[in-house]
Write a protein that binds this ligand. Structure first.
Ligand SMILES: *[C@@H]1O[C@H](CO)[C@@H](O)[C@H](O)[C@H]1NC(C)=O
Ligand SMILES: *[C@@H]1O[C@H](CO)[C@@H](O)[C@H](O)[C@H]1NC(C)=O
Length: 261
């Protein structure tokens, strides 16, 4: 299934050690190339073992409590994606395009009490519904903000996001790691540029299924302008983007008229 994935250890972003020139003296050239060849061979073998059809099988009971998603989506760790593409234009387009809109959901009272959720703001168009932001979407928005902030630094541009927010986002990622206490054993290589887990398959939840589930609770939300303050862009104007079949469409139109997407 993943046999077409190339193993490229030079591009590995798994290396934060920095020091790479450990061969300043000692071994002859022959030994040096021998060692390199051995490393390469052992890494290649490890890689193929790890990325062959090995699929972990102990995820059965890990069902998400609200959308009821199981881990049925094989997803290789750390392989190339357009989000790390060398083409900066393409890469930026990918990150820019990340949307969290579907994650802002409006749920009815029984949902709130059944799941014992904390009270939340009411939907303006139907006060019997409460509005929540799914954590997965919140995390995604945070990673996006961190990426954009880093690119702004890299290009010497002014920061478009509040610095406190960027730090908050990095801490959110830290908390996600701690909370998930992910026990996936990543295979490792005995290389001076260490690699772990690249191409190794794990079972994930299917993000598309989460978005599909969230559609049931569509709150007509669109973030629209990510950098505008609430003063510049009133929060209510984020809740007027109803799909055709939305039960809130009429209420929105009474206040805002027809809203063009
Ligand atoms: C980089 O990506 C952009 C947007 O997808 C594309 O238009 C452009 O041709 C790409 N540049 C190169 C050098 O591939
Ligand atoms: C978002 O809002 C900010 C502040 O009002 C404004 O400077 C910027 O042009 C807006 N961006 C878009 C895409 O409308």
């Amino acid at each position: 299934m993943f046999s077409n994935l190339k193993y490229n250890k030079v591009e590995s972003d798994d290396d934060d050690a920095g020091e790479r020139s450990i061969y300043s003296s000692g071994p002859t050239k022959g030994t040096f190339y021998g060692i390199i060849a051995l490393f390469f061979l052992s890494n290649t073998i490890t890689y193929y073992i790890a990325s062959s059809d090995f699929i972990p099988n102990d995820y059965n009971r890990d069902i998400s409590p609200h959308a009821g998603l199981t881990r049925d989506f094989p997803f290789p760790l750390g392989t190339h994606s357009p989000y790390v593409d060398k083409n900066e234009t393409l890469r930026n387009e990918m990150w820019e395009a990340i949307s969290i809109d579907a994650g802002m959901i409006a749920v009815p009272e029984p949902f709130v009490s059944d799941k014992n959720l904390p009270p939340s703001q009411k939907l303006v168009w139907d006060k019997s519904k409460s509005v929540y932001l799914l954590n997965g979407h919140h995390t995604l928005r945070c990673v996006r903000a961190v990426y954009l902030s880093l690119m702004e630094f890299w290009q010497g541009k002014l920061q478009s996001r509040r610095w406190e927010h960027v730090i908050h986002c990095v801490d959110q990622l830290r908390q996600e790691a701690i909370c998930n206490a992910d026990d996936t054993p990543r295979y490792s290589t005995a290389d001076d540029i260490p690699v772990s887990g690249m191409g190794q398959v794990r079972l994930c939840r299917n993000w598309e299924k989460l978005e599909e589930w969230a559609k049931k609770y569509n709150s007509c939300y669109r973030y629209v302008n990510q950098t505008a303050s609430y003063k510049e862009f009133p929060q209510i104007e984020r809740f007027i983007w109803c799909p055709e079949d939305s039960p809130y469409k009429e209420a929105v139109e009474q206040v805002f008229g027809h809203v063009e997407w």
